[in-house]
Design a protein around this ligand. Structure first.
Ligand SMILES: [Zn+2]
Length: 603
């Protein structure tokens, strides 16, 4: 890296900066300091100040080496700051509007550039300043959307030394005095340029008084003055300011466009980079060219130190603390297949490789999101590698939308837990196992079905006359049940049916049966019972009907047992919750009570 034959003359601010790695001040100047801190770059910083000069390079011409050493390192974000509107990526609509305004000479007095950090707000402001003040190579040109870049105003503005283009950072100059200075100066005509241009960055940071002072000037600015405001937080601007400016919303730059851009820059820097590596950098940049270039800077530095000088996906992944895409897919596969053991082993592997549990969860969430998007979008999923596309497509076909959303929620909850947990790994394990086991829970859509199922299997499993429900059947009852079965086996179905339905046993001992019956039964069945019992047992029986008392009949006992089981079932938290939500729901018994086999995630 580092050889940039296209750029031999260095701007004044770069002279003297002979250090080959971006200095803290440089990163600071490029606004990149806050993103990753200095953690990843520092530990690998060698003692020698110029790593690539020391490193043996295979092919460089001997003459090239000293030139390289003299070439100061500039952070990519600064080196590749767009010098023309065509170099400004991702902001075509704004550039078109601006071109029209310049062409028709209908420029506003004040512009407001909004957008997230690093999308090119100040770059755009400088480009506008150039466009307005460019005089062309021959010194005869007028305002243009296509500044020549070679005339005195163009070069002076690019180097930040034009006397009539005043840049001010409102973050550090918030007071009314700072603004007053501007207002005073506004009255004087431009010294050398067509327009006097004030670029105020982070304009929302100005104090209320400062805004008020500015407002008067904004209302009736002199014709030779233009204000270019930039802000990340447009909501904080007073309406009075908004109403006096032409607003341009700079868009987040799509990840694909960033990837392409970074690819080009790698080409210019003679750095080889894997597509997936650039993809990861573009994704991490979240729409900001500057943030992306800052990561790329670090990645290139790492690649140089690492040997071949190639920016690989593996190194970028390490640098960003991302988990491996292949590993992520494998883990999701294990989770969906219900393989808890395999899942824990895979997690342990990732952890050993230095992947943070939180990043693990994040990776899985990202994957689930992409599957969902692929499912909604249909067609070919958007992914950097063919393996990933195939996997996304496969899952998008297999999983139902409900399952994907549930999985997302489980992972999101897990993510929150892991963030707060004293031991993130354990928390991550529990979260993923919970997601895995959730395959056993039914879809909300299938819940009703499952409840019916639970009702049936629950009753079958509950012992007859369980705790708290029907009274436990005493020995007499057990004997009675045996007797009834004997009568039935003897072929006396009428008698056995009467015995089940009507007879409440009061006592049963040594061939003497004392019983009562529910009051609706009036006829005398004593003789019938005596015959049936004798027929079944061969013994002579004494049968006596009493007015009251006795245990429940066998039929009554069955009914009570079922009621009890149902009550038990209703106390099940899942059922309780369902009943609370659907108060009118009722439980229906289903004949098919074959136990449902454990089901893995699948449609
Ligand atoms: Zn010019």
């Amino acid at each position: 890296m580092g050889d940039s034959p296209d750029n031999t003359d260095s701007p004044p601010w770069d002279t003297g900066e002979q250090d080959n790695t971006p200095s803290a001040a440089e990163l600071e100047a490029a606004g990149q300091n806050s993103m990753f801190g200095d953690a990843p770059a520092e530990p690998e910083k060698p003692a020698e100040p110029a790593p690539q000069a020391v490193e043996p390079k295979p092919a460089p011409a001997p003459a090239a080496a000293p030139a390289q050493a003299n070439q100061p390192y500039r952070v990519l974000a600064r080196k590749y700051r767009p010098q023309t509107f065509s170099e400004l990526i991702g902001q075509e609509p704004m550039v078109r509007t601006l071109a029209n305004a310049i062409e028709r000479d209908r420029l506003a007095h004040a512009f407001l550039m909004t957008g997230v950090r690093g999308v090119g707000k100040t770059s755009t402001a400088r480009l506008i300043a150039k466009g307005l003040n460019c005089i062309g190579p021959d010194g005869q040109g007028g305002p243009t959307i296509d500044p020549c870049g070679v005339c005195e105003p163009c070069t002076a503005i690019a180097e930040g030394r034009h006397i009539d283009v005043i840049e001010m950072d409102a973050a550090s100059h918030t007071g009314v005095d700072d603004v007053r200075e501007i207002i005073e100066a506004v009255r004087y005509a431009a010294v050398s340029a067509r327009y006097k241009i004030y670029i105020i960055d982070e304009v929302h940071m100005l104090s209320r008084n400062a805004f008020n002072a500015l407002l008067k000037t904004l209302e009736e600015p002199p014709a030779h003055v233009k204000f270019l405001f930039a802000t990340t937080e447009v909501d904080k601007l007073p309406v009075t300011v908004l109403s006096r400016t032409q607003r341009f919303d700079l868009r987040r730059i799509p990840s694909e466009m960033l990837q392409e851009h970074f690819g080009k820059i790698c080409g210019l820097e003679n750095v080889e980079a894997e597509d997936e590596a650039l993809h990861m950098i573009a994704a991490a940049a979240e729409g900001s060219v500057r943030d992306g270039l800052s990561i790329l800077d670090q990645a290139i530095a790492h690649a140089d130190l690492g040997g071949e000088g190639k920016v690989t996906a593996e190194r970028v992944r390490d640098m960003l603390g991302l988990s491996d895409k292949t590993a992520q897919r494998r883990m999701l596969g294990l989770l969906l297949a219900g393989d808890g053991k395999g899942l824990l082993a895979a997690m342990a592997d990732q952890y050993a490789l230095g992947v943070e549990p939180l990043a693990l969860l994040r990776g899985l969430m990202d994957l689930v999101h992409r599957i969902t998007v692929a499912q909604v979008g249909g067609g070919e999923p958007d992914a950097p590698t063919s393996e990933e596309r195939a996997a996304l497509k496969d899952w998008a076909g297999k999983l139902s939308p409900g399952q994907l959303h549930r999985l997302w929620q489980l992972l999101l909850k897990g993510h929150e837990e892991v963030r707060q947990a004293p031991d993130p790994l354990i928390s991550a394990q529990m979260a993923l196992l919970r997601a895995l086991h959730a395959a056993d829970l039914p879809d909300p859509g299938k819940l009703a079905k499952k409840l019916e199922h639970l009702a049936t299997t629950g009753i079958a499993a509950a012992p007859a006359g369980g705790e708290g429900g029907a009274p436990a059947a005493p020995a007499a009852s057990a004997n009675w049940k045996e007797l009834v079965e004997q009568v039935e086996q003897n072929g006396n179905h009428l008698a056995s049916s009467i015995m089940r339905l009507q007879v409440r046993v009061v006592s049963l001992e040594s061939q003497t049966l004392r019983f009562s019956r529910p009051e609706q039964f009036k006829d005398d069945i004593s003789a019938q019972l005596r015959d049936a019992l004798m027929g079944a047992t061969g013994d002579r029986w004494t049968v006596e009907e009493c007015d009251e008392g006795g245990e429940m009949s066998l039929v009554e006992q069955d009914e009570a047992a079922q009621r009890s089981a149902l009550e038990q079932l209703k106390k099940h938290p899942l059922v309780e919750a369902t009943m609370a939500v659907f108060p009118d729901a009722e439980m229906v018994e289903e004949d098919n009570s074959a136990p449902q086999s454990r089901k893995a995630w699948g449609r």
